[in-house]
Design a protein around this ligand. Structure first.
Ligand code: C2E
Ligand code: CA
Ligand code: CA
Ligand code: CA
Length: 279
């Protein structure tokens, strides 16, 4: 039994060494990935909770790694944040999303708002506002069609600069949504001061409400509170009709999840049937 314990330990240690090696390699590969055009943007629909109609999309980055295939953003976004690569990558993501939506409007005749995830590092960096203005001007996308998603980790170094930037963005017609709401370090109190127009409830919250009545109470309270502060609410991770109905009953405004549509390429988004008039 003793020998076996040791083998198990060595196996775990081997796994960890292998994992570290892969992470190092991946981090290295990030440096060339942008230049070699290995990233692509996918778009996931957000629908009206009552009608199920398409209202906007969230832009989600994908990495088509030459030998590893698709790598999840959960894996490479943190690495890009560690190396600073998130700055050029984030800039590319914003540009691509804006260009794609201009293309979408031209092809379909529909204007579709797009929500772009912005890493806290990117949001707080000097020059971010200039980047956004430049990207809008260059792409020709209306500021009204751009929404930025930030998580509450932008508040880690203090709320003042964040509030100021959000106010400036708002004055330019660019809205900011608070992503992964409730999963972070603080929660309710700072909402009062942040000029955000929308909160997004994380799927870990949403998927728990069917079995956890306390979680359901929290979700309900957030929806009511957000509405009282003139904010709208998005629920992520809707995977069933039951969840859609439950959240519609709770007056959640917008829903997102695999039950409606998975993230898809721009080409697929352009021919989405629910976009057709009368749907
Ligand atoms: P997030 O911002 O919370 O994005 C929502 C994630 O939930 C996406 O995962 C989406 O594919 C997934 N999802 C949506 N509906 C469902 C569902 O019904 N069931 C399940 N199981 N999952 C669902 P994804 O695309 O893998 O992205 C993971 C995270 O990586 C994102 O979480 C975000 O934090 C980050 N990320 C993705 N794209 C970007 C980006 O362009 N920039 C930055 N900075 N971060 C990004
Ligand atoms: Ca998001
Ligand atoms: Ca997130
Ligand atoms: Ca989330």
């Amino acid at each position: 039994a003793k020998g076996q314990g040791r083998n198990t330990w060595q196996w775990y240690r081997g796994q960890r060494v292998e994992k570290n090696r892969q992470t190092l390699a991946l981090r290295q590969d990030l440096y060339t990935a942008l230049k070699e055009q290995q990233f692509e943007m996918h778009y996931q629909p957000l629908v009206d909770s009552l009608s199920g109609r398409l209202r906007s999309v969230e832009a989600l980055v994908r990495w088509r790694h030459p030998s590893r295939g698709m790598v999840s953003p959960c894996e490479f976004i943190p690495l890009a944040e560690q190396t600073g690569q998130i700055i050029p990558l984030g800039r590319w993501i914003l540009q691509q999303a804006c260009r794609d939506m201009v293309d979408f409007s031209a092809r379909t005749g529909h204007d579709l708002p797009v929500a772009v995830n912005i890493s806290s590092l990117q949001f707080l960096r000097d020059g971010f506002l200039e980047d956004v203005k430049h990207t809008l001007a260059e792409s020709g996308l209306s500021p009204m069609l751009l929404e930025l998603e930030v998580t509450e980790s932008v508040l880690l170094d203090g709320a003042e600069p964040v509030i100021e930037l959000m106010q400036t963005l708002k004055a330019k017609g660019i809205r900011v949504a608070l992503d992964d709401f409730g999963t972070g370090f603080s929660s309710l109190s700072y909402l009062r001061d942040l000029p955000t127009h929308r909160v997004k409830l994380d799927r870990s919250f949403i998927q728990a409400i069917e079995t956890d009545h306390r979680m359901a109470a929290i979700v309900q309270a957030v929806i009511t509170m957000a509405h009282n502060m003139d904010m709208s609410v998005v629920a992520e991770g809707i995977e069933s009709l039951e969840l859609q109905q439950d959240l519609a009953r709770r007056h959640c405004d917008l829903l997102q999840g695999n039950y409606f549509a998975r993230p898809m390429s721009l080409a697929d988004l352009k021919v989405l049937p629910s976009l057709l008039p009368g749907n």
